[in-house]
Design a protein. Structure first.
Length: 163
């Protein structure tokens, strides 16, 4: 009986988690997703982080990578080993805005996409590898010059149009 109650409480918690809405964004699939990726106009919302050394950590809302035409903005946490102290001691996360970056989109089998992003005006982040499934689920690996790699899992979404 206890195991049945425990299982039911887990299922209810998962159902409540999946029903929560993210205000101002809409999930995308198929052709709409392809258009966002090709047009460099999307948001990757991180839901969990997996450091190179350690276990996966769930994240609260608000951590994201925004790609908007000629601007790349990252606001992501960092867990792991750093090999040198950051010059800006306020955050410690992966936080930057770049207007000079490489962006290579490659179609894969079964509707998957691989995107390689290389910020040219950030001293720490060397490369970001975003792998997107056909239904918008994505994995972002961040390779740094001064830190161990970290991987984020989440969703690629578009911003809802404001009325």
């Amino acid at each position: 009986m206890k195991s049945r109650t425990f299982l039911l409480s887990i299922l209810l918690a998962l159902g409540a988690f999946s029903c929560t809405s993210t205000s101002g964004v809409q999930s995308v699939e198929g052709t709409a997703l392809k258009n966002l990726l090709e047009g460099k106009n999307f948001i990757f919302q991180a839901q969990s982080a997996q450091p190179g050394r350690g276990t996966t950590r769930p994240l609260t809302a608000g951590y994201e990578l925004r790609v908007s035409g000629d601007t790349l903005a990252a606001q992501l946490p960092y867990f792991g080993r750093a090999y040198s102290a950051p010059s800006n001691m306020t955050g410690g996360g992966i936080e930057f805005t770049s207007t000079h970056f490489g962006y290579a989109l490659e179609a894969q089998k079964k509707g998957r996409w691989n995107i390689t992003i290389e910020p040219k005006d950030d001293q720490d982040v060397r490369q970001m590898l975003l792998s997107v499934s056909e239904n918008g689920y994505a994995s972002l690996q961040v390779l740094s010059n001064n830190r161990d790699p970290i991987t984020f899992n989440g969703m690629v979404v578009q911003r809802a149009e404001r009325r």
